[in-house]
Ligand binder design. Structure first.
Ligand code: NAP
Length: 259
């Protein structure tokens, strides 16, 4: 099977490339800038303009759509760019498009999530047989969030927000399994092994980093806070990943260097 992976140079993309290579798939990987790498055919695609799309989708058996722009031009890239991709894939006769989304895009009122939900709808309404996999947050995302917050002094956060970090290596395996199984014509969800309260996640993070920075509780107001505390970012779907937040912290921090 020959697969086009968009956003292949990103965090999830690198795990997906490794997985697809291990599975013996022929991979065409897209980025906005020229890249080279063994075993992978890199092509240049910009979803904001559509440049490179027609060539990228020609001759592939599936598209794995990971590219996203959460911090700027999100509508242009995630919604309109996904539409450009679907149109190009349909014209080329691609038989399967898999889109990665996020658990909670239909519940949690975050502007980025509105765009992801709209992109899901573009995929589902289009003529290309499709699958959507909604994953929960990657642990690196939570780690980066806490590190950024801690730069200000205490770690700010709503103690009762629920999270379910999932390892992107396991998400990559799930995406590869979906490619092999063929179009679902529906949405499946995939989360990590544990649902954690924010204060539990912070406690483990502080211990792993040997940090004394306190958690300064802040109650997120309104519907956003209610959804986050009620589990808008978590899923009961089975199977789940197996790698825990503690596994991520051990891999990342191992020792007890103070940060
Ligand atoms: N991070 C999480 O916790 C999480 C959880 C669940 C689902 N997801 C979803 O998983 C996907 C990948 O997430 P990630 O964390 O790996 O993101 P990432 O590291 O930011 O990778 C996204 C990639 O999108 C590409 N991109 C951005 N603008 C583009 C454009 N105009 N045209 C073409 N490509 C463009 C970029 O590649 P180049 O710079 O090489 O062009 C970038 O590497 C996203 O769809 C995200 O919503 C993420």
């Amino acid at each position: 099977m020959r697969v086009l992976v968009t956003g292949a140079g990103g965090r999830l993309g690198s795990d997906v490339l490794a997985r697809l290579r291990d599975d013996g798939m022929r991979v065409r990987a897209s980025s906005r800038r020229p890249r080279t790498g063994s075993d992978v055919e890199w092509v240049v695609v910009d979803l904001a303009t559509g440049d490179g799309l027609v060539e990228a989708v020609t001759g592939v058996d599936a598209v794995l759509h990971l590219a996203s722009s959460p911090r700027g031009r999100t509508h242009q890239v995630d919604v309109l760019g996904t539409r450009r991709l679907v149109v190009a894939a349909a014209t080329a006769g691609v038989p399967h498009l898999v889109y990665i989304s996020i658990v909670g895009v239909d519940r949690v009122p975050i502007p980025y999530y509105r765009h992801k939900l709209a992109a899901e709808q573009v995929v589902a309404a289009g003529p290309v047989p499709w699958s959507v996999l909604r994953a929960t947050q990657f642990p690196q995302f939570l780690d980066d969030l806490l590190a950024t917050s801690a730069r200000l002094g205490p770690v700010l956060g709503d103690r009762a927000v629920l999270a379910q970090p999932v390892d992107p290596v396991e998400v990559a395996a799930r995406l590869a399994a979906r490619l092999a199984a063929g179009p679902l014509g529906g949405i499946e969800e995939f989360g990590g092994p544990q649902v954690l309260r924010f204060d539990e996640a912070v406690r483990a993070w502080r211990e792993a980093r040997g940090s004394r920075r306190p958690l300064l509780p802040v109650r997120i107001p309104g519907r956003l806070g209610r959804e986050l505390r009620a589990g808008g970012l978590v899923t009961e779907a089975l199977p789940r990943g197996t790698r825990t937040w503690a596994d991520h912290l051990a891999d990342t921090y191992g020792g007890t260097t103070r940060r």
